[in-house]
Design a protein around this ligand. Structure first.
Ligand code: NAP
Length: 302
């Protein structure tokens, strides 16, 4: 794994965000995923990183199956907490920054109060998390594990969907497009608010924050696209852009009856990120438009 020039280690390199970061970094990336390194193996993780000697580590690896985590809490904790402890220890020994990817799910309870005009305020980095469910709780524990190493940045994001060329990605956009091919109508939850975020935009922001971490910046930063919607609102926009006209019925969280609890309102305030002057985070509808511009390209080439 040793390279002559210093690299940026990207864990979860075969996942949605890790994959995009590796594409953006090109030769500078040291891609790591479970096929080459199981991050829950403490000694192997520390040895591999000390050997590779990266200039920083971006941890995109996670146990991300929110519902399955309820029946596999030990594995979820091993990956979302234990692996972060291992990476933090490796970074401490290397004296290099650790960029840990966090989630909006740490805000499991309802909104945080009303702004003038009656709207609920987005969560800031200073707000106290209220995670509910195994995935959310282990990701919050993972943030605290990363914070034990002073050279950390936590990048909290939300509702990720990778570029259409990412064949392995599992996300809401792909699910809706698949269901639209097979179902006569769709039923989608309409009482949870969040910000769907396009992976290339979040990857750009993550690299900007990673660079800042090398210059001594640390702490928590929220990085999502702008605006917010419900899953029903998001699905409606996906179907509109895909020119699908099947009915889409709004349902409640209770009717959907998922195994794990979901945040009711997990819109993140990104003004702390904005204040650093990083790459612009477009509105979520622009992110989705960009996705579809890429999506149709291969069809046009036929
Ligand atoms: N997806 C979202 O909507 C969303 C929203 C907010 C925050 N986030 C956070 O953003 C980050 C990236 O999410 P993502 O959607 O890109 O995740 P993803 O596509 O599920 O990728 C995660 C990667 O980590 C790998 N991994 C799992 N266990 C591992 C282990 N023990 N050792 C090494 N690698 C391991 C996975 O391999 P396998 O596939 O083989 O398990 C997978 O390739 C995560 O921290 C997630 O919590 C995601």
């Amino acid at each position: 794994m040793k390279r002559t020039e210093r690299t940026i280690a990207v864990t979860g390199a075969k996942g949605q965000l890790g994959g995009e970061l590796c594409r953006m970094l090109g030769e500078r990336a040291l891609p790591l995923d479970i096929d080459v390194l199981d991050l829950t193996d403490r000694q192997a993780t520390i040895d591999a990183l000390l050997d590779a000697d990266p200039e920083l580590v971006i941890n995109c690896a996670a146990y991300t199956q929110v519902d399955k985590a309820e029946s596999e809490p030990e594995l979820a904790r091993a990956v979302n907490v234990g692996a972060v402890e291992n990476l933090a220890e490796a970074c401490r020994r290397l004296d290099c920054p650790l960029v840990q990817i966090g989630t909006d799910y740490v805000f499991g309870e309802g909104g945080k109060g009303k702004a003038e005009g009656g709207s609920i305020l987005p969560w800031t980095e200073e707000d106290e998390p209220s995670p509910r469910g195994v995935y959310a709780m282990t990701k919050w524990e993972g943030e605290r594990a990363a914070m034990k190493w002073e050279k950390h940045i936590i990048v909290r994001t939300c509702g990720l969907y990778a570029r259409p060329c990412d064949a392995n990605a599992k996300n809401f956009v792909k699910t809706i497009l698949r269901l639209a091919e097979t179902k006569a109508e769709l039923r989608v939850v309409n009482d949870q608010r969040c910000t769907p975020s396009y992976v290339p935009h979040v990857a750009r922001a993550t690299l900007f924050l990673a660079e800042k971490s090398s210059n001594g910046v640390n702490g928590i930063y929220h990085a999502t696209n702008r605006g917010f919607t419900t899953w029903h609102g998001f699905a409606s926009e996906i179907l509109r852009l895909a020119n699908k006209t099947i009915p889409i019925l709004p349902i409640t969280t209770a009717e959907f009856a998922a195994a794990a609890p979901r945040p009711v309102y997990s819109v993140l305030d990104t003004s702390k990120y904005d204040s650093l002057g990083g790459p612009e985070m477009p509105h979520w509808k622009i992110g989705l438009q960009e996705y579809f511009e890429e999506y149709v390209k291969p069809l046009e080439l036929k």
